[in-house]
Unconditional design. Structure first.
Length: 277
């Protein structure tokens, strides 16, 4: 089931955000916009941006010193490369009823359980970069300790940056990462390649870039809004023996775009499994 509209976040009593880089900051902005009070938020970020420092005037706690109490929710948004250093430091914030949400790529629920008390509720999520404009999508999976209430809280927090899709088996998360987590790069590569091809066909570079950018953006928006599936939309553009058909004969031929994409997503999925070891 897809979650698009977040429920109120006002019921969350306290939240600790670990890491306020691009993704963490996007989430924080979404939470504040949707009514989570900055007074309930603690941020741990060694290199805080000016806007983050300014939120302390509204009650947000930044890199607090001294003894910490358990938080209702902890969101881990650091790069996976520093997880070994960052995650163990969260122990003072983890209480009996704490929900831990991790958006670290390649870090399994089991790896998090090694650093928190037994029976801690953990949600692992994989967002993507369109989260920066509130148009991301996150694949999420919960361990057996997550209650229905905590699952709803996690959905609301993740929905602040876009849609949410729950999966029942964590083994699927590497494929989720390969499709939606890495997927924006594939789309950007498409726009890049279209631009280069347009220049090769004789268009000025600036015009080629604008045509490619707006075509990709517009087609994506049409796909989002249309009740039709992608295959039908493609067929609707394609006239028999027309220009689109000529191009698709190349793209959909032996070793073409669809075959390459299957191979690419398989490679990304394998790499995700390797990183999780």
């Amino acid at each position: 089931m897809t979650t698009r509209k977040p429920k109120t976040l006002a019921a969350i009593k306290s939240l600790v955000l670990v890491g306020a880089g691009k993704m963490g900051s996007a989430m924080l902005e979404g939470w504040l916009t949707r009514g989570l009070s900055p007074k309930k938020i603690t941020v741990i970020e060694p290199q805080p941006a000016k806007i983050l420092k300014s939120l302390t005037r509204r009650g947000l706690k930044l890199n607090p010193k001294g003894k910490a109490g358990p938080a209702a929710v902890i969101v881990i948004a650091v790069k996976p490369q520093i997880a070994a250093d960052a995650v163990p430091k969260l122990a003072p914030f983890v209480g009996k009823g704490t929900l831990v949400i991790s958006i670290m790529a390649g870090r399994t629920i089991a790896s998090l359980q090694d650093n928190v008390p037994a029976k801690t509720a953990i949600v692992r999520a994989i967002p993507n970069t369109p989260a920066a404009i509130g148009r991301g999508i996150s694949g999420a999976v919960a361990n057996a300790n997550v209650s229905p209430r905590q699952r709803a809280q996690a959905a609301s927090l993740l929905a602040a940056i876009g849609a949410v899709e729950w999966v029942g088996d964590e083994a699927m998360m590497d494929a989720v990462t390969a499709v939606s987590g890495s997927g924006p790069a594939y789309v950007f590569l498409l726009a890049e390649a279209m631009t280069e091809a347009a220049v090769a066909a004789g268009l000025p570079p600036a015009l080629a870039a604008r045509l490619a950018r707006e075509t990709v953006a517009g087609a994506g928006e049409l796909l989002r809004r249309s009740p039709l599936d992608a295959a039908t939309l493609r067929q609707n553009v394609t006239s028999p023996n027309g220009t689109t058909a000529a191009a698709l004969e190349i793209l959909m031929g032996p070793g073409g775009f669809d075959v390459l994409l299957v191979q690419a997503i398989a490679a990304a999925t394998r790499r995700g499994r390797e990183l999780a070891r």
